[in-house]
Write a protein that binds this ligand. Structure first.
Ligand SMILES: Cc1ncc(COP(=O)(O)O)c(C=O)c1O
Length: 373
């Protein structure tokens, strides 16, 4: 079945008792036990296992092409579970341009867990290869990267990793399974901040990890989910499934809008540079074309001038809301360098855009008048 059909039916079932088309939310934290001590329906306690969470996990695993999915209370809880699943002494390679939550975790917490790490330029295979050590267990990819929209070649990197027995995880938050299928390109794990496009309405916090196959790493992630308890709650799982039903229409429009915004900004006299892999002069354009079905709805651009100028452009927009996060129906604009750690390499004149579902000419006009003000 096509992924768009699967998505349209997310969270739907033919409930034998009521005939309901949409699955109910199971809020119960505990479940009946038989007099012989067994749990014949498989549910014991909602931290371990919950019918609504299960349905979400099974659906996302199917859509990503994985054997297992574990869901969490946020994208960072999912990230944390992957790192915690590694044995102390492990070495991890992370991108030099990546969501700053991972940078913070690496800088401030990996050491406490006995995990060492190196940063690599994920657009350069030699740079990654040079950083692999006998202790390396995991390569972390985010493509397009945040906020510079760099493109990593998932297939080549997973081939390199396999030669060294190293796992590869891809953060697919920005692309969703509709735009990119890392497991089909050789990755072992996919992670999502469900908070963004999957839920899609800026009103759910959640995370998920999908494993291509049951491995010691995926089993360890499942153990951490159950034992540490940062699980996705049933209402968030239900809201996420509701969001996923309209993902393909939302994302199509958002991607079209983003492409138009990128082209408009690329021709604007007050813009220094636009970072969007859909532009033919983007250094990762040809790889993006191969591994993505569309170029996404996120982009960043550098204004001519310094941080003050970028702040003043963001201050003038009326339709673009000034806020962090992404993937909702409303367009957002954000000065990234000032929200990232001090070590951030993000240019001070860079603004990141999450493109929503508004009428595209309204978005173009809003940016044009903010730039001219
Ligand atoms: C690419 C990416 N990965 C992970 C996360 C973390 O997700 P959450 O905020 O749900 O913890 C974010 C959050 O912005 C993100 O943008």
């Amino acid at each position: 079945m096509h992924i768009e059909t699967l998505l349209a039916h997310t969270g739907c079932l033919d409930d034998p008792e009521t005939g309901a088309i949409v699955a109910p939310i199971h809020l119960s934290t505990t479940f009946h036990r038989n007099d012989d001590g067994t749990y014949p329906r498989g549910f014991i306690y909602s931290r371990d296992n919950n019918p609504t969470r299960n349905l979400f996990e099974q659906t996302l695993a199917l859509i990503e092409g994985g054997e297992d999915c574990t869901s969490f209370s946020s994208g960072m809880a999912a990230t944390h579970a992957i790192i915690q699943a590694l044995a102390p002494g492990s070495h991890v390679i992370i991108p030099d341009d990546v969501y700053h939550g991972l940078t913070n975790l690496a800088d401030n917490m990996f050491g406490n867990w006995g995990i060492s790490f190196d940063r690599a330029k994920m657009t350069n295979l030699d740079d990654i290869a040079q950083r692999i050590t006998p202790q390396t267990q995991l390569i972390w990819l985010e493509t397009p990267s945040n906020p510079m929209l760099q493109i990593a070649d998932i297939r080549s990197i997973t081939q390199l990793a396999k030669k060294h027995g190293v796992y590869v995880v891809v953060d697919s938050t920005w692309t969703t399974p509709l735009l990119q299928k890392p497991l089909d390109l050789g990755a072992d794990l996919v992670i999502h901040s469900v908070t963004k496009y999957l839920a899609g309405h800026s009103d759910v916090l959640g995370g998920a990890v999908v494993a291509k196959a049951h491995t010691p790493l995926s089993e360890a992630i499942r153990d951490i989910q159950k034992s540490c308890g940062a699980v996705m709650d049933p209402f968030s799982a239900w809201l996420t499934m509701r969001g996923m039903r309209s993902l393909s229409s939302r994302l199509k429009t958002q991607c079209q809008n983003a492409h138009a915004v990128a082209q408009f900004l690329a021709g604007h006299p007050l813009v220094e540079q636009v970072h969007y892999p859909g532009l033919s002069n983007h250094p990762g354009h040809s790889i993006a074309k191969l591994q993505m079905s569309h170029f996404g709805a996120m982009l960043s651009f550098q204004v001519i001038g310094k941080a003050r100028r970028a702040f003043s452009v963001a201050a003038q927009t009326k339709i673009f809301q000034r806020a962090t996060s992404l993937g909702g129906t409303e367009s957002l604009i954000e000065h990234r360098a000032s929200i990232e750690p001090e070590s951030s390499q993000t240019p001070e004149n860079l603004l990141r855009l999450s493109i929503g579902l508004e009428y595209v000419n309204d978005l173009l006009q809003d940016l044009d008048s903010a730039l001219k003000d």
